[in-house]
Ligand binder design. Sequence first.
Ligand SMILES: [Zn+2]
Length: 311
Amino acid sequence: MYRAVVGEKDYRKAAWAVKNAGYATDPKYAEKLIGVIETNNLTKYDVNTKGVDLDLRIAIDAGHGNNTPGKRAPDDSMREFHFNSVVAKYVVEELRTYQGVLVEITHDPSGIRDIPLKERTDKANRWGADAFVSIHANAVGSAWSNANGIETYVYTSKPAGAVALATKVQAALIASTGLRDRGVKVANFHVLRETKMDAILVECGFMDNPAELALLKSDSYRRKCAQAIVSGLAKQFGLKKKSGVVAPTVPKEESSVDKNKPSAWAKKDWDEAVANGYFDGTRPQDNITREEMAVVVNRLRNNLLPLIYKK
Ligand SMILES: [Zn+2]
């Protein structure tokens, strides 16, 4: 505990270290202490903060790669990585609207490489992450099932900081999605065991349950999950929004055609192409450039090559 507090230059981390070590009986101890420090502007007494890293470092991890065997819907209408990576992207975007937060990802956003687990945890450890969130979609096996709901994992030793974070993220996910609460669970997963910071792994619904698969494919559900994960992180670490951040405004279209909405006749195919990672979901009615075409062709090629050369 002393190692976590003595020498700690970030009052938020120090407050949480005291709380997480079990020295405070008040469950809101860290939030209250941080509140006292901030309302009384006590950080003005900080000495020599120049050059000291006061930022909270959050590592975001999208599980698997686009072609990882087995990690897909039973009918292969969606790859798990695509859900994971889009939610991860939304989480990163949302976290950047908060003060004093640095974000790093530990997966390959193109999905081409399924980064080995050791490489992911080494990166988070080396970077000095304060929190690690691994994003997944669940499955019982390779056939359709009735399994349902959301669950969040921490390591088997139940580290206090990770449990506190997992509890907040799980509650936010259930509140915003309305899916069944499977609770906070423990598992001996590599990313939970080998990370030196508060690490959690979220399973945002079952790919092998047809109703939940439909949700996992939808952009609105992905955004809901991302916002819930960020609100759990914000609660845990007392994060505050950057001032002057305005919500992005949708530009007015000159013509009556909304380029950002697919035509009725193309909607099914467009949604399927987005769910499978060929397009990023933006501007369905816009023209395609040569470089965008190259990206799509390569995504298709990378998905087909393993099938062609399968033994
Ligand atoms: Zn997974």
